[in-house]
Design a protein around this ligand. Structure first.
Ligand code: NAP
Length: 361
């Protein structure tokens, strides 16, 4: 069997070894799973069983990671961010932010498909795909950075990456601009979880409700909760709070700092005339917002932490400390069908799409 490769590209030989989870690319610790690994092998002069080689065009950096890199040294210059991304990839063979532990995802073109890859019969060299697994586990080499788009935390690059046989990806849709689709796919896991957790007439709180995942969560909460639901958002970035108000889907958009849980609870109870919320979603990109997602929730309600800046310890011990019997959900980035679900929102919700096109398109 020979592998399919892009015309004009250099076909890579296939070496023995390779498993569906990518342990063969873990250098330190050797043979570990690639996400927790300190360092991955990003030498793509040869491939292994089940691998998909991509020519990378854009990195969509995770919001918590991008924010940390912007603020890490008090510097805001784009070159600082580029330097930090390149240094991480150089050190780790992947874009795995050592402070936040998060990655992001990428847009690329299929260069070569090893014949035992599960989609070897349907994928074609040249197909454009977005990865749906984190950059924190994706072997990556970046040769140059050609643009930085801070509003969408995206970097245009030249380079290569490998997806393993178990690595989810999405084909880019024909009817949605690529940058917009990439932005939506980055947070594709958020809205499907809202659809699972929000019931008609629920009171719902979204922290960071004016951001990318926050807007999708708010919109899905209104759709699931219906007109009699109470949908509240907390947003500290005033232009994003204004965007949300203009959409007209929230009962209240609270301009507040989600790191102040007492103030958030007070504002929520003011807005609901004393009713605690049934479910909250944390979609902020900063640490220390755990308790604002817990304190306004009713007994036996749910707090869902989509934010990668969340501390499990702070959430669990914080809930205990304030005597809140609330179910705490870790934000699994994957939900079955999440890419199609979130892209469909762009087709079904024209006002949300217009806002996203303005920001990320
Ligand atoms: P985003 O577009 O940057 O949205 C975050 C929003 O929260 C922004 O509007 C931000 O304002 C606001 N915010 C920041 N600090 C705040 C505070 N103290 N109080 C209230 N609002 C505040 O980010 P995103 O792409 O939606 O991502 C949101 C979170 O989801 C991140 O933590 C990211 O790591 C996580 N994520 C998780 C997964 C997963 O698989 N679970 C996948 C992707 C992303 P500014 O504009 O001022 O920052």
């Amino acid at each position: 069997m020979s592998s399919a490769f892009l015309t004009g590209a250099r076909p890579r030989p296939i070496e023995a070894g390779g498993d569906a989870f990518g342990t063969h690319r873990a250098v330190a610790p050797a043979r570990s799973l690639p996400q927790p690994a300190q360092r991955l092998d990003n030498d793509f002069s040869r491939l292994f069983a089940g691998e998909l080689l991509l020519a990378v065009e854009t990195l969509n950096i995770d919001a918590a990671s991008f924010r940390q890199m912007e603020e890490g040294g008090g510097e805001t210059d784009e070159q600082v961010i580029v330097g930090r991304v390149l240094a991480t990839i150089q050190a780790r063979g992947k874009q795995h932010n050592p402070v936040t532990g998060s990655g992001g995802m990428l847009l690329g073109r299929v260069e070569q498909i090893e014949p035992t890859h599960p989609d070897a019969s349907t994928l074609r060299p040249g197909d454009r795909v977005a990865s749906l697994v984190s950059l924190s586990l994706t072997p990556l080499r970046v040769d140059s950075v050609t643009a930085v788009r801070r509003a969408s935390a995206q970097l245009d690059v030249t380079g290569e990456a490998v997806l393993f046989a178990s690595g989810a990806y999405a084909r880019m849709p024909a009817d949605i601009p690529e940058r917009l689709a990439l932005a939506v796919l980055d947070v594709a896991g958020a809205a499907p979880q809202v659809a699972r957790l929000v019931k008609p007439k629920d009171a719902v709180l979204v922290l960071g409700g004016g951001g990318k995942s926050g807007v999708l969560c708010v919109a899905e909460a209104r759709r699931r909760g219906g007109p009699e639901a109470t949908i509240l958002a907390v947003e500290s970035h005033e232009p994003y709070a204004e965007d949300l108000r203009a959409l007209g889907i929230c009962d209240a958009v609270i301009s507040a700092d989600a790191r102040d849980p007492v103030a958030v609870r007070r504002a929520v109870l003011d807005a609901t005339k004393g009713r605690e919320v049934d479910v909250s979603f944390s979609c902020v990109n900063v640490p220390d917002a755990e308790l604002a997602a817990i304190l306004p929730v009713r007994d036996r309600g749910v707090a869902y932490f989509f934010a990668m800046s969340t501390s499990f310890t702070k959430a669990a011990l914080g809930a205990e400390g304030v005597g809140k019997d609330v179910d705490l959900f870790v934000g699994n980035g994957y939900a079955r069908g999440h890419a199609d679900f979130s892209l469909a929102m762009m087709r079904e919700m024209p006002k949300i799409r217009a806002l996203f096109e303005k920001r990320y398109g």
